[in-house]
Design a binder for this molecule. Structure first.
Ligand code: C5P
Length: 314
């Protein structure tokens, strides 16, 4: 009998799967301009990826399915409203195939927390499906698909520390040195990003304030170049702090608790409600974390280092 060729050999059917790890982000600066006709705001921001991660697993399947476990999993939609689902569909449409994939999210990033967890999942799904299907898209092509999914999705592909302009979807590198010690205080309830932006517009209008052209202070960029936590702590800025604390006054207590515990910088993360605290070193971070864990306005506390790498296959 003829020898079996490799194609004829009976092979066990392995389920091909790819797992991608994606970081959360904080905005070290978030400067928001006036509302645009399309409902977005032009902004200038410095994104900083931190070591809190979601993992996105993509496995071969007959149909598109989505499951989720971990931090806040009960609040995550498991249908076409989920950005990870939409990422798989968009990549499939773009590359002319069926979105036949089983997606599973393992969440470490708080849901609706202002740390771009949903955007991280979208970036993770893009990278995981891209690897699973072998689409051969370039990094630039993945970036433009990411930008169509959401303003914060492109940055999750890159990670590190980067300037964001436009809606936040245009990314440029920022020189940054060293490693920073962060403490994050999660709130009991999430906050809607559009609601926080609307509240900013409302407060500015009520105060007769003209929205400034968005920009990032030189001090912040100098602090990053120097890798100096004290300078960085003093230079942190977020225009969404006022509207977020207006909608959720209990966030003031959280920010105050971190300050009193010796944080060298306090910051609302993105549109909140997560609050971020910068510590001088690991010992400082432990003290801030311990104090925050006792604050009634805080649901959970996490420590993380920044910057962290962007979406990558494990
Ligand atoms: O882009 P993404 O879908 O993540 O944005 C969510 C919401 O946040 C937008 O619908 C808008 O209300 C607000 N937003 C904004 N300006 C930006 C980014 C987001 O007003 N640059």
């Amino acid at each position: 009998a003829a020898a079996l060729t490799p194609e004829d050999e009976p092979r066990p059917r392995l389920t091909e799967s790819v797992t991608v790890r994606v970081p959360a982000k904080v905005n070290l600066a978030l400067s928001v301009g006036p509302p645009r006709p399309d409902g977005y705001h032009d902004l200038a921001t410095v994104f900083h990826a931190v070591g809190l991660f979601d993992e996105v697993c993509a496995a071969e399947s007959e149909t598109l399915t989505l499951t989720c476990e971990g931090e806040g999993a009960a609040e995550v939609p498991l249908d076409a409203t989920n950005l990870a689902w939409r990422a798989a569909v968009l990549l499939a449409e773009t590359t002319g195939r069926h979105p036949a994939v089983r997606l599973h999210l393992a969440k470490g990033i708080p849901v609706a927390g202002g740390m771009a967890g949903g955007s991280a999942d979208a970036a993770g799904a893009l990278v995981a499906c891209d690897a699973l299907w072998g689409t051969g898209l370039s990094r630039d092509e993945l970036h433009s698909l990411a930008a169509r999914l959401g303003s914060d999705v492109p940055f999750a592909l890159y990670g590190g520390t980067a300037m964001g302009t436009g809606r936040g979807d245009q990314i440029a590198p920022v020189l940054a040195r060293g490693e920073f010690h962060w403490v994050f205080a999660f709130a009991h309830e999430g906050l809607s990003t559009p609601a926080v932006f609307r509240e900013l517009d409302r407060l500015r209008e009520a105060a007769g304030e003209e929205a400034p052209a968005p920009g990032v202070d030189d001090e912040l960029l100098r602090a990053l170049r120097a890798g100096d936590p004290a300078l960085l702590g003093a230079a942190l800025r977020n225009d969404l702090t006022r509207p977020a604390t207006s909608l959720r006054p209990d966030l003031r207590a959280t920010l105050q608790a971190g300050r009193e515990a010796g944080a060298i910088g306090t910051l609302l993360s993105g549109s909140g409600p997560t609050c971020a605290f910068l510590a001088a070193d690991a010992t400082g971070a432990a003290a801030v974390a311990e104090a925050l864990a006792a604050a009634p306005s805080v649901r959970a506390v996490r420590r993380a280092l920044g910057p962290a790498p962007g979406a990558h296959v494990l």
